[in-house]
Design a binder for this molecule. Structure first.
Ligand SMILES: [Fe+2]
Length: 431
């Protein structure tokens, strides 16, 4: 499997260009895009849309039968005052406003004659599926004269946008963490006749000398608060968000899963974590204090250990954009006998943290928090957790009391459901 290739465009793996060319003679099905829709799910109005990280993001489907996948018909409203851009990739991890509006981040470029610009931005999707760019940050003109023979970029790397996996939000702001995995257009100048080539990430490169950066956008007045990106102390990769909130207008708290490099995306295979090794102990649950007046970022780690083997943070969504205490993460993702860790983000001693395990043969996935009706405490609810029993090779669904992290019950599923990445819960009466 490690040497396998596929006949379609991929982000992280290897593709077989001979096979892609053969398939290009087959007329495409207009309803089927070329990307896997199993990364995460959005709710647009009453539709559930399976998402990819490509600019053709989105397949709607019939929820009760899990069938009839077809491209979701976004309605794009183009602002004539903005440059004509071509998206390169979009973030599948959205922020959702109480009125149902979705916010998401993207990377894009424009090319007019020999002049190329690189951008990052935010777009919104309303409950009718109307999609429009809310803000566009211009990194400036990209000049190919700074490209070396082998695709290296010799210009200022801070003029390159970085990969975005997720965004976060407070009451007033949307925050884009711009990772140090930068888009390097010079790598497109290296022509290859190889049959097997790397996917889209072949054009990305981790720059140790470019810190994690933040672009901050004022939601209400629609402008970039950061004229140039705010910088973290070091190069980092960020996958997922715990939460963010404002202490005041100029002091933002944003908690994220961070890594010192992008290996989690460019090197890791989750098959290995199930069979031969644990997910590396390389993630930090990091609090970024974004101090807008001082143009400064202060970081701290929210657990007693500086790094952990954790991913997929979830929380009581009623507390998003607000002060909060509890996050639920998967410890040792993809491994049998792993656990869900309940973390008090305001007590780095770890003394209030609790752990739930489903058994030595069960690999637990991302937990979803559901509040009890009329609950008042933040952790008064249950976690619904999908699992895979590697002994019976069947899936299961576990319900855990989020306050005590003890199991309430489990339902065994008669089939094997392979891993995806993310899980979402939608109440039936909202569909
Ligand atoms: Fe993700």
């Amino acid at each position: 499997m490690a040497k396998s290739t596929v006949a379609w465009d991929v982000s992280f793996g290897y593709r077989n260009n001979t096979a892609i060319n053969l398939w290009s003679y087959v007329p495409p099905d207009p309803n089927m895009g070329p990307a896997s829709p199993n990364v995460d799910f959005w709710k647009i109005g009453k539709n559930i849309v399976g998402g990819t990280e490509n600019d053709w993001l989105g397949y709607e489907f019939d929820v009760p039968t899990l069938s009839n996948f077809k491209s979701f018909p976004f309605v794009d409203v183009v602002d004539g005052n903005l440059p004509a851009i071509t998206p390169m990739d979009v973030g599948i991890h959205e922020h959702k406003d109480p009125d149902g509006t979705i916010w998401a981040g993207f990377n894009a470029y424009s090319s007019v004659g020999n002049v190329m610009h690189l951008y990052q931005g935010l777009y919104t999707v309303d409950t009718q599926g109307v999609r429009k760019v809310a803000g566009l940050y211009d990194y400036g003109q990209f000049d190919f004269k700074y490209c070396g023979k082998n695709g290296q970029y010799n210009g200022d790397p801070k003029l390159l946008p970085g990969y975005i996996h997720s965004i976060t939000a407070t009451n007033n702001y949307i925050i884009i963490p711009v990772t140090s995995l930068l888009t390097n257009p010079c790598m497109t100048t290296v022509k290859s006749n190889d049959t097997i080539t790397r996917g889209t990430f072949a054009y990305s490169q981790f720059f140790d000398n470019v810190p994690l950066r933040f672009l901050i956008f004022n939601k209400k007045y629609k402008y970039w608060v950061t004229k140039t990106p705010l910088e973290a102390p070091s190069a980092m990769f960020v996958t997922h968000q715990l939460n963010a909130y404002e202490i005041n207008e100029y002091n933002i708290v944003a908690d994220m899963i961070s890594y010192p490099n992008a290996d989690v995306y460019s090197k890791y295979l989750y098959r290995d974590f199930l069979t031969t090794q644990l997910y590396p102990n390389a993630a930090s649950i990091t609090r970024f204090n974004l101090l807008l007046q001082q143009n400064k970022t202060v970081t701290s780690v929210l657990t007693p250990q500086p790094t952990l083997s954790v991913e997929f943070p979830q929380m009581n969504n009623a507390y998003r954009t607000r002060y909060y205490a509890w996050s639920y993460v998967v410890e040792n993702p993809y491994s049998a006998g792993n656990s869900i860790l309940k973390i008090n983000v305001n007590d780095a001693s770890g003394k209030q943290n609790l752990e739930y395990k489903a058994g030595s043969t069960v690999a637990l996935n991302e937990p979803v928090f559901i509040a009890k009706p009329n609950s008042s405490a933040e952790d008064d609810g249950v976690l619904i957790i999908r699992g895979l029993d590697v002994g019976s090779e069947k899936a299961l669904l576990v319900v855990v009391d989020a306050k005590t992290m003890t199991e309430i019950g489990r339902a065994n599923v008669p089939i094997l459901i392979p891993f995806g990445f993310h899980n979402k819960f939608f109440a039936t009466d909202s569909l």
